[in-house]
Write a protein that binds this ligand. Sequence first.
Ligand code: PEP
Length: 246
Amino acid sequence: MHRKLVVGNWKMNGNLHQLGEIAAIAKAARKAAGVDVALCPPFTLIAPAVARSNGLAIGAQDVHAAEEGAHTGSVSAAMLKEAHARLVIVGHSERRAENHETDADVRAKADTALRHGLQAIVCVGESETDRAARDHVAVVTGQLKGSLPEDAHEGELVVAYEPIWAIGTGNVATPDDVAEMHAAIRAALVERFGERGGRIRILYGGSVKADNAAAIFAVEDVDGALVGGASLTAAQFVPIIQAAAG
Ligand code: PEP
């Protein structure tokens, strides 16, 4: 049983007018004992969000693997640190699909993030086709093999299991589906990192909402959630934080 972590992913949503939502989420997060909360707005909102965060951890949704240089449109780990980001999501399925990111790319980003003292949330997840073919466990453990950083302390690394068919669709995975995959991920982490692998947090992501969060958090080896749509407003996100607090 680990202390749960609930992370909001705002994707390409959010502008300065929504900083009030971040302040409200931060206020609720402070009151919810026993749960860690973080929010990953777009790059442009990281610094202003930190200013309103009241201690809430603010992170990014991507980072470039290189230290600096000719990478138009990208943001480095040092830049994120300068903006006081504390964590970064790497390998989200939308980036794997839209930006053709491979497992090796994701691993390089995770290595860079950890080297700079950013907590890295490594995302994995199968497609609907993989699941229909009963290949889902093999696909996800294969992604983990390729995407996990070389080495990691349990506080620095988090894995997020996000079945692609559940993201933004309202089709949340069943507790049995989640239990099967989280057990497989736990076994892979222990095989890779030994005893430390037992302490790395595994989040579930995919249409988590206030009304299904408690059932998901009750599943063995679910150490929290990565939340997209329902993290955009305090009204929807705070009940999920409270469900994680128990
Ligand atoms: C996500 O994109 O990480 C996600 C889980 O989205 P949603 O909660 O909207 O399905």
